[in-house]
Design a protein around this ligand. Structure first.
Ligand code: ADP
Ligand code: MG
Ligand code: ZN
Length: 625
């Protein structure tokens, strides 16, 4: 793929330093062996025991040192001698005493640790100091702060961004990511840009500088980012947000600077910042006391780099997070991560595709039905599904089989999802049913009231936002004006999820809290801002505080009026809720039919929805009651 050859100057520089370092180490070794030991040997003269005794008796010695197997001694001319110790010489101590020589007994030779320290570390210290200084100067001149030593020794640029070096046959492609068709589609343009940047620059088009992959853990965000690099055939720098937040102040910012410099040298390429929320959290103005300074500095540097970057160069910045709501809004402004790519949990079809993809790596017995497994794993992430396949293979080995059978898979589902069930929103069958009816309730009301926009997609896959299901409506074109009827229809649609639960199950859940909030907000605005109630007519009862900050409004009226507003708002919502119940009752068969279909498929398109809705009835509607 040609991804390995180019090395930045920086890498080259590090590599040279490493070579020098190794060479120096060898020199020290050689010096140690040839010079130090030889010298030591030359200084000590070996003699036999008899000579030792006669020298001792002749009072020629000034000191004696007894060791386990040897005796070292010094004569009056300071010459050192050694001789082999005689274990049976019991009178030696007496003799030494008589001769009046200083002597001591050493039971152990220099310990290994001492040897290492004295012979190896000490000669090495000046060298280490030298290298440290050299490297520090190099770092300074590149405009970054210290701590180069480690990275110099252990490779890599100082940003810690690993260039994801792709070897032949290991390239990750879009085909390695199953499901996630929408995400792939929106990333395909980035791939095209990386492949043919001139096509875009010629026409003057600017590519988005950054795309933010948003979705729950394990849904394949990292995998997708790698696949973009693989498809485009460009280098891939990846770094986790947590790696930026280092122990030394200023390191994070300098890492960011470094990362972008490296990327600039290798363009076209991809920079991938995983877990961007760890550095990209909202900067709260009240934080005051240190602590967050480091993170903020890092974030500021990131923003600066993104702004200063020439997008035409072909560096695309991808980032991933599973907590988009915590991100600093500055990161999401145009020219930064202005493109958002949702990477949601897979639906039934997606799950089956992921299972099959990973199953290619293992041996399956004939007659495996992955669809069954996919059905059992609603709400599971791609990573969990990959785990299930692996666990099934392990199960087969445990049972002395060389093929995975259906039972292994079933068991693996239990093992893997038992833990996940608790921590994630994996829906029970009953819950799935309720959510399906709830969502179809919304969709039916939207479709059956002429003023409402048709639905585009309905899903009962839990979303990143925490919603268990979701009905996406299409707004037709630009809409600046909304009539009173349309608003009422919208309120009815908001209440229809709950209404469906009531109609079908006769009981209600807490799943409608967001619907309730939105219905109330709209009804209130009708009364207080749009002059749509006969009671108050065109009286402004609310002032909008700051139209730019999302239009916070506060009541500007007396308490009695406020109470009256509440009463009217309640009435509006109640009336629409009732209308929703009636419409759903009148269309109970369609409600059942579509809900069952959604329950089975987990995600249905607007067309599928309309197809069932407009299909000629095979059975009459049941009697109304
Ligand atoms: P994320 O970054 O969203 O947390 P990853 O990309 O790290 O998730 O996915 C972890 C692993 O799960 C992947 O390496 C892959 O084996 C598996 N996986 C997740 N999603 C998919 C998918 N859509 N298709 C195939 N494998 C997937
Ligand atoms: Mg990841
Ligand atoms: Zn709802």
């Amino acid at each position: 793929m040609g991804m390995e050859e180019k090395h930045s100057n920086r890498n080259q520089y590090n590599r040279n330093l490493l070579k020098m370092f190794l060479l120096a180490m060898m020199l020290v070794m050689l010096f140690n062996v040839l010079v130090v030991q030889r010298l030591a040997e030359q200084q000590v003269r070996s003699v036999d025991y008899g000579t030792f005794l006669s020298m001792l008796e002749g009072s020629e010695l000034s000191a004696v040192q007894l060791e386990d197997n040897e005796v070292f001694f010094v004569d009056n001319a300071n010459q050192i001698y050694r001789t082999n110790a005689i274990a049976q010489d019991y009178q030696l101590v007496e003799r030494l005493d008589k001769a009046g020589v200083k002597f001591n007994k050493v039971y152990q030779k220099q310990s290994l640790l001492e040897t290492i320290f004295v012979d190896w570390i000490i000669p090495f210290l000046p060298l280490m100091l030298f290298f440290y200084l050299v490297n520090r100067r190099a770092s300074r001149s590149k405009g970054a702060g210290g701590l180069g030593f480690n990275s110099m020794m252990f490779g890599g640029g100082r940003s810690g961004a690993k260039e994801y070096v792709v070897k032949e046959g290991e390239v990750i492609k879009f085909s390695d990511v199953a499901g996630q068709d929408e995400a792939k589609e929106s990333l395909a343009e980035i791939v095209d840009f990386l492949k043919n940047p001139q096509k875009y620059t010629e026409i003057g088009a600017k590519m988005p500088k950054g795309a933010l992959l948003v979705g729950p853990p394990g849904t394949g965000k990292t995998l997708l980012a790698k696949a973009v690099a693989g498809e485009a055939g460009v280098p891939f720098f990846s770094i986790a947000g947590s790696e930026f937040v280092e122990m030394f102040v200023g390191m994070g910012a300098s890492k960011v600077r470094d990362l972008f410099r490296q990327a600039g040298e290798k363009a076209p390429c991809i920079v991938f910042i995983d877990e961007i929320d760890t550095i990209g959290k909202k900067r709260d103005s009240g934080s005051g006391m240190g602590g967050n300074d480091e993170r903020e500095q890092t974030l500021n540097q990131l923003l600066t780099e993104m702004d200063g970057f020439d997008a035409t160069k072909g560096v695309v910045i991808l980032a991933a997070t599973n907590r988009p709501e915590t991100l600093d809004p500055a990161l999401l402004r145009p020219g930064r991560f202005d493109r958002r790519v949702p990477v949601e949990l897979p639906d039934l079809k997606g799950r089956e595709a992921i299972l099959n993809l990973h199953a290619r790596k293992i041996k399956l017995s004939a007659g495996i039905d992955m669809n069954v497994i996919a059905r059992m794993t609603s709400g599971a992430s791609g990573a969990e599904l990959a785990n299930i396949i692996n666990e099934a293979a392990l199960g087969a080995i445990r049972n002395d089989r060389n093929q995975v059978i259906q039972a292994d898979l079933q068991e693996a589902v239990d093992t893997i999802l038992a833990g996940a069930q608790k921590k994630n929103a994996i829906l029970s069958e009953k819950e799935k049913q309720i959510v399906a009816y709830h969502e179809v309730g919304h969709a039916l009301l939207a479709a059956l009231q002429s003023h409402s926009a048709p639905v585009q997609k309905i899903t009962i896959i839990p979303r990143t936002s925490g919603a268990l299901g979701f009905t996406m409506q299409v707004e037709e074109g630009q809409k600046n004006l909304m009539s009173r009827e349309e608003m009422l229809a919208k309120i009815a649609t908001f209440t229809a999820g709950r209404a469906a639960e009531e109609v079908v199950f006769g009981s209600i859940t807490n799943g409608a809290s967001n619907d309730i909030e939105q219905a109330t907000k709209l009804a209130r605005a009708m009364v207080t801002r749009y002059g749509m109630s006969k009671e108050f007519d065109m009286i402004a009862l609310e002032t909008v505080n700051n139209a730019y900050m999302g239009g916070d409004a506060s009541l500007a009226c007396s308490e009695t009026t406020a109470a009256e507003v509440d009463r009217i708002v309640t009435e509006i919502v109640k009336e629409q809720h009732q209308k929703a119940i009636e419409i759903l009752k009148a269309n109970r068969r369609k409600l059942d039919e579509i809900s069952m279909f959604l329950y089975q498929k987990e995600t249905i398109t607007g067309e599928e929805f309309m197809e069932i809705l407009t299909r000629k009835e095979s059975l009459p509607e049941p009697e109304k009651n």
